[in-house]
Design a protein around this ligand. Structure first.
Ligand code: HEC
Ligand code: HEC
Ligand code: HEC
Ligand code: HEC
Length: 182
């Protein structure tokens, strides 16, 4: 009887695990998002992001300055291979590679899905047009400006060896990519 219960418990655990795995969103990459978010009418998010420092954040880890910071921190590996640097220069936290779809490229640094969440399940037009549906499918929705600021500061903080005081209004103005009204 006891073995039966153990087996049953293990089976339930496996099923729960499988179902959460299936529900897991994958990262599709900026090209996919950019397909729809590049026109004047949509607000040219792709273009604005490409010109921002966020798009360079991975490449920055290949510079001499980065090597200097990595050395100063006593890292064993180059900056570009160190989770201690990658966590902010690509994602809020380092992500398992099995969650990357073919179009995803870590070299694109801090990208759409770093801030909006993995897009495999919300990227279709029908879901995207419906904010509630998109939210339910993994699009990260921010309650208010305070929540956005808190999120920015999860990377823009003193743990960064290159930290500059984070002035929200000034910084947001540099990366703002709203959909035009009307
Ligand atoms: C098939 C086209 C399409 C793709 C692909 C797409 N989007 Fe969208 N997205 C839209 C449309 C249409 C809207 C609604 C825009 C509006 O309100 O005018 C939207 C809205 C949004 C919004 C605003 C949601 C809100 O109402 O607050 C965000 C953020 C967003 N998309 C991010 C992304 C990201 C990130 C990706 C890539 C993972 C992506 N989109 C891929 C078409 C698309
Ligand atoms: C996942 C981590 C991460 C998040 C979240 C993040 N940033 Fe950044 N941000 C970076 C990194 C890394 C750089 C430096 C890129 C480089 O220079 O290579 C940067 C650079 C910038 C710059 C350029 C600063 C300069 O010196 O010119 C601005 C502006 C900026 N971020 C604004 C924001 C805003 C506003 C938010 C919140 C909406 C935000 N960031 C959220 C990681 C992040
Ligand atoms: C807590 C998040 C965070 C971590 C961890 C982090 N960075 Fe950064 N890094 C940033 C942000 C944000 C910026 C943009 C500067 C700013 O506005 O504060 C930046 C900018 C830089 C720059 C460009 C500016 C300059 O001084 O030349 C380099 C190089 C850099 N980081 C290297 C590294 C290296 C190497 C590591 C690992 C040892 C690392 N970073 C870890 C967030 C981080
Ligand atoms: C550094 C973080 C960051 C990056 C990178 C980023 N976004 Fe955003 N995005 C935001 C924030 C924060 C908002 C404002 C959300 C809000 O007001 O609720 C936003 C808003 C949007 C909106 C809605 C605009 C509106 O007027 O409602 C769209 C669409 C969007 N982003 C698409 C994209 C796409 C596509 C990319 C990549 C090409 C991208 N974003 C990259 C943080 C980011």
């Amino acid at each position: 009887m006891k073995t039966f219960r153990t087996v049953l418990a293990a089976l339930v655990c496996t099923l729960v695990l499988l179902s959460t795995m299936q529900a897991q969103n994958k990262y599709v990459g900026t090209k996919m998002c950019g397909m729809c978010h590049k026109s004047d009418k949509q607000g040219k998010q792709l273009d604005i992001w490409q010109k921002s420092k966020h798009a360079e954040a991975y490449k920055t880890l290949l510079t001499a300055k980065a090597a200097e910071y990595a050395k100063a921190r006593g890292l064993k590996k180059p900056a570009v291979e160190s989770p201690e640097c990658l966590e902010c220069h690509t994602f809020g936290k380092t992500v398992d590679a099995s969650l990357f779809e073919k179009g995803f490229d870590i070299k694109e640094g801090v990208q759409c899905e770093s801030c909006h969440g993995a897009g495999s399940q919300y990227k279709s037009m029908t879901v995207m047009k419906d904010k509630a549906k998109a939210g339910a499918a993994g699009l990260k929705l921010y309650k208010d400006e305070a929540e956005i600021q808190k999120f920015c500061k999860s990377c823009h903080n003193e743990k960064s060896p290159a930290y500059k005081e984070f002035k929200y209004d000034e910084f947001w103005a540099k990366i703002k990519h709203t959909v035009p009204k009307g």
